[in-house]
Design a protein around this ligand. Structure first.
Ligand SMILES: Nc1nc2c(ncn2[C@@H]2O[C@H](COP(=O)(O)OP(=O)(O)OP(=O)(O)O)[C@@H](O)[C@H]2O)c(=O)[nH]1
Ligand SMILES: [Mg+2]
Length: 206
């Protein structure tokens, strides 16, 4: 399979089998507040046709979410997104995107089970919605990286200001991304894998 960083979002494949060389499969969760780009990320990076559970936003969603300010967003994830990417010919990541709306969060416990790591997607227009997400990961001991999905009207902050605002430990990676681009989404996952590797080498965190 082609993972040379091409930005082309792959279309549906007829052949969805794992590479026969695959030796390790790792579960990764993609979390973040409502509308931050989780489904877009799983869709841009997945080598199989992603499974999504999006529903058209209902009256209930509109009431909850009308400060979002995106005309293009008409659907929201109600259960999960699922995709797969081969990082090398031996290592395969299974990606699980969570729902962003609080009323679906009861599903989260199951989604976190067995996760080796997480990507927390952040929208700088609504930093506060990320606190709860990161708190839940910390409670469950799931290591995470923070990926800032840049929207055109989102304020830009220096990384260290973001670290302070989000109250992140010095070792937690923070990177910019554009989840619509496959190479950018893949970079985020590579950063997470490097982080997980460094944690594994340095022993359990306190
Ligand atoms: N400008 C811009 N728009 C984006 C970007 N990423 C996603 N979008 C748009 O923003 C909207 C939200 O994306 P989703 O992927 O549905 O977000 P989500 O986090 O899965 O949303 P929920 O499942 O409802 O929580 C969509 O309309 C995307 O097209 C981005 O990087 N830049
Ligand atoms: Mg979604």
């Amino acid at each position: 399979m082609d993972f040379n960083g091409s930005d082309t979002i792959p279309g549906p494949r007829t052949e969805d089998q794992l590479p026969h060389t695959a030796q390790a499969a790792v579960k990764i969760v993609i979390v973040g507040g409502f509308g931050v780009g989780k489904t877009t990320m799983v869709g841009s990076v997945s080598e199989i046709r992603p499974l999504t559970t999006e529903e058209t936003m209902t009256q209930a969603g509109i009431g909850v979410d009308d400060d979002y300010g995106s005309d293009s967003k008409t659907a929201t994830t109600v259960a999960m997104d699922f995709g797969r990417i081969s990082i090398t010919d031996k290592l395969v990541l299974y990606l699980f995107g969570t729902p962003g709306q609080e009323r679906f969060w009861f599903l989260w416990n199951g989604l976190f089970e067995g996760a080796l790591g997480a990507v927390v997607l952040v929208d700088t227009r609504r930093l506060e919605v990320s606190f709860d997400v990161m708190g839940r990961l910390e409670e469950r001991g799931v290591p995470f990286v923070v990926a800032v999905n840049s929207f055109p009207d989102g304020p830009r902050y220096p990384v260290e200001d973001l670290r302070t605002a989000l109250d992140l430990a010095p070792d937690v990676p923070i990177i910019d991304c554009d989840v619509r681009r496959r190479a950018s989404s893949k970079d985020v996952l590579m950063t997470l894998m490097r982080f997980l590797h460094s944690i594994a080498l340095s022993g359990p965190r306190t």
